[in-house]
Design a binder for this molecule. Structure first.
Ligand SMILES: N#[N+]C[C@@H]1[C@@H](O)[C@H](O)[C@@H](O)[C@@H]2O[C@H]12
Length: 446
């Protein structure tokens, strides 16, 4: 086992999201989210699975925090259900909903665990979607107002904020391909939703500068793109795929412009935006979160919307249960690329993990050796990036618990802790035991 040194103070934790684990989506005055509506729409999720119960974390959060402490977790990245706090999306605050996050943060701190708070992890209040949601330019103000409610309540106890989680997935899944809430399939809506997400991000950062005293950033999913061959068509499609997934959000934030390929990707559906929008989007941020799972291998395909290229893992590639190629080197390369392209600001791996076919519980154990191997190779990749001079400050494994994998329901499990959704019994998997050793040795056990 190679012993790897991670920097002193490296932050080891796990990540979850409100709708995926909390359950009780309408409890205590909470307003419905687009995921409440989407998951209850027949045919939208595998087996018709919903977040009605999920991991029952809304009621079991104290036990889950205790489990995090037992595993030696130093941090926990959670998200706030916007509609739980603002049932109508703006205006009236639901104190009981806000109170849940207040108690969660206090319980984390009492157990020596740093809370990292994501303001938006896909569960837009239905009331705002009924007013256009991410297609309505007013959403930047709605989001900033909601963010300010959270800042006033939690800032200081929460020292690391993220505005958005994976804006690319929000728009590609929710507005282009329709696989995620709100389930639109519209090429013209997609860049509009993307731009309004970025304006909302900027407005929330601006609001934070007015009253926050700690750090705020954004979490993006990056998937390094490699051409399937040296065929010029594959290379061109790879460039478009890279622009569409990897540069579409960070380039406006850091450079005040979209990648040039976007016009080619969207054609007549690509709008122009006023300069003041870019000024708002370009608010300085303090840190960047990277969600890394895999790389993409792009094969030119005119029928593959919208980039004209499909993902085609190489023959013999080892895939996870979600069909993602195991490619840990992509994590090193992506961290180095982010530093080189966007500058030397602190980076956190805010999600990394894999859906694996876990064996059943036997003798109180889940022997998920595949996941142990995944974590080991990807932690090694993080260490390689640190050795290459990248300022990586922390790693949050996705996910603490088996949970609702959005449209895939409970059919795909990413957790290092097994959840029996009938009994809500938690069972740490071998990967949780391994991760606990990694944390205790500051990466040495990886
Ligand atoms: N799929 N998948 C697993 C995981 C998803 O469960 C998270 O909510 C997202 O932030 C990101 O897509 C990654």
């Amino acid at each position: 086992m190679t012993r790897r040194e991670f920097p002193k103070g490296f932050l080891w934790g796990s990540a979850t999201a409100a709708y995926q684990i909390e359950g009780s989506p309408l409890a205590d005055g909470a307003g419905a989210s687009i995921w409440q509506r989407f998951s209850h729409t027949p045919g939208k999720t595998v087996n018709g699975d919903t977040g009605d119960i999920a991991c029952d974390h809304y009621r079991r959060y104290a036990d889950d925090v205790k489990l995090m402490r037992e595993l030696g977790m130093q941090a926990y990245r959670f998200s706030v259900g916007w509609g739980r706090v603002l049932p109508d999306g703006n205006g009236r605050v639901n104190e009981k909903g806000l109170g849940f996050y207040d108690r969660l943060v206090d319980t984390l701190l009492e157990n020596g665990i740093e809370p990292l708070c994501t303001l938006y992890h896909w569960d837009l209040p239905e009331a705002l979607d009924n007013r256009g949601g991410w297609l309505n330019p007013d959403i930047a103000n709605w989001f900033a107002d909601y963010a300010s409610v959270m800042y006033r309540k939690l800032d200081g106890r929460v020292k690391k904020w993220a505005t958005l989680n994976e804006p690319w997935v929000v728009t590609d899944g929710g507005y282009l391909h329709g696989a995620l809430a709100p389930g639109h399939e519209n090429l013209f809506e997609t860049p509009i939703a993307s731009h309004h997400l970025l304006r909302a991000h900027g407005a929330a950062v601006k609001a934070y500068r007015a009253e926050g005293k700690n750090q705020i950033g954004i979490v993006v999913n990056i998937e390094p793109k490699h051409p399937a061959s040296d065929d010029p068509a594959d290379i061109a499609a790879t460039k478009r795929a890279d622009a569409y997934m990897n540069r579409q959000y960070l380039d406006p934030i850091f450079f005040g412009r979209y990648p040039g390929e976007m016009k080619e990707v969207f054609g007549e559906a690509w709008p122009e935006w006023p300069a003041e929008d870019y000024a708002l989007i370009q608010q300085k941020i303090d840190w960047l979160g990277l969600n890394y799972y895999t790389r993409g291998v792009t094969k030119a395909d005119p029928k593959a919307w919208p980039v004209g290229g499909r993902n085609e893992p190489p023959k013999g590639a080892v895939l996870t249960e979600t069909g993602w190629e195991l490619f840990p080197k992509g994590l090193t390369d992506t961290l180095v690329w982010m530093k080189e392209r966007y500058g030397d600001l602190p980076l956190y791996v805010t999600e990394n993990g894999a859906a694996m076919k876990d064996p059943p519980i036997a003798g109180g154990r889940v022997q998920d050796q595949h996941r142990v191997d995944y974590l080991r190779t990807h932690l090694s990749a993080v260490n390689d990036a640190i050795k290459a001079g990248v300022d990586v400050r922390g790693y949050m494994v996705w996910s603490l618990l088996d949970n609702l994998e959005w449209s895939l329901g409970y059919s795909k499990t990413f957790g290092i802790v097994h959840v029996d959704f009938k009994t809500q019994q938690r069972t740490p998997k071998d990967s949780a035991r391994f991760y606990a050793e990694v944390i205790a040795s500051n990466g040495g056990a990886a």
